[in-house]
Design a protein around this ligand. Structure first.
Ligand code: MLT
Length: 303
């Protein structure tokens, strides 16, 4: 039984795997190398860097488990894995608090120009007069996706005394002080919109040109979920025209965001951006690592 860890795991999780008695290897193999090696692997462990595509799965003659240390499964061809009888496991919820905290950080940074103020000061400029922002207090926030992460975001924003709306096709009611509404209501009534859905065929470009047209002037958009959920060309236009006051982005449809469109997007003064660090905290990685190892050992026992 060989377990291959292709993207780095938390140190203590790695130690547990190494001491599990199985043959554990750990090295990042790029796609062409991984395709050659995959016939010798029973359990493949990845984070987001490795794309477990159909051809890798097809070549995995002995592959039994794909373990994704994280929430999103958009980097794994789950359909192909299912077709081949390969079990896919992940750690939903394990990094939810970290992502929620980052989303709120981006929200406040957008509303209060924290990143711009920092950059100006570092450049020797005292731009106090240009940086009048907005409070969150009593304003309306629309949460798209009311799963684990969406609920963690809501819990925290209620403490800011915000009116909280949420849209999720799978949620009809909640015991939180949150109004469950349709997507159009989110677009039309929100001062802040924050996205917490996975990237699927249904959510791709969910926040489109038409969606931006429905939004209030001066809305603030936060995306710490997946870049592909937002049409970034439409976002660029909405930011450049001032329709969107500011955007806080931790994710991009192309990562790293080095193509022309994303470069243009990042150059806008009203964009606050981080390099997909939502789950990058000591605490989240510890949790994710422990949970994925628990799940791997449990599944391997059943083989
Ligand atoms: C996740 O889906 O778990 C997060 O986006 C973190 C990641 O992919 O690294």
């Amino acid at each position: 039984m060989r377990i291959h860890v292709n993207d780095p795991l938390d140190k203590s999780a790695m130690e547990r795997l190494m001491n599990s008695g199985y043959n554990v290897t750990s090295e990042h193999l790029e796609k062409d190398e991984l395709i050659k090696e995959i016939p010798n692997i029973d359990v493949l462990v990845v984070r987001s860097a490795t794309k477990v595509t159909a051809d890798i799965i097809e070549a995995g003659k002995n592959l039994k488990i794909i373990a994704r240390a994280g929430t999103g499964l958009d980097n794994v061809d789950v359909e192909k894995a299912k077709e081949k009888g390969i079990k896919v496991i992940n750690t939903p919820g394990a990094n939810g608090i970290s992502v929620a905290e980052l989303a709120i950080g981006l929200m406040i940074s957008c509303a209060r120009h924290i990143a711009k103020g920092t950059m100006d000061l570092k450049n020797g400029e005292w731009t106090k007069k240009q940086l009048k922002g907005h409070e969150l207090y009593k304003r309306t926030v629309g949460i798209i996706g009311f799963g684990n992460i969406g609920r963690e975001v809501a819990k925290r924003l209620l403490a800011f005394d915000m009116r909280v709306l949420a849209y999720d096709p799978f949620v009809k009611e909640t015991d939180m002080n949150v109004e469950i509404v349709d997507l159009d209501t989110i677009f039309k009534e929100s001062d802040f919109i924050t996205i917490h859905v996975p990237l699927t065929n249904e959510t791709k470009h969910l926040v489109s040109k038409e969606a931006f047209e429905k939004m209030k002037d001066g809305v603030i958009l936060i995306n710490a979920a997946r870049g592909g959920v937002v049409d970034e060309e439409a976002l660029y236009n909405a930011l450049a025209s001032g329709k969107v006051y500011a955007a806080g982005l931790d994710v991009f449809e192309v990562e790293p965001p080095t193509d022309e469109l994303r470069k243009k997007l990042l150059e806008l003064p009203n964009v606050v951006a981080t390099p997909h660090i939502g789950a990058s905290t000591v605490e989240a990685q510890l949790r994710v690592g422990q949970i994925i190892v628990d799940k791997i050992l449990e599944e391997v026992k059943k083989l």
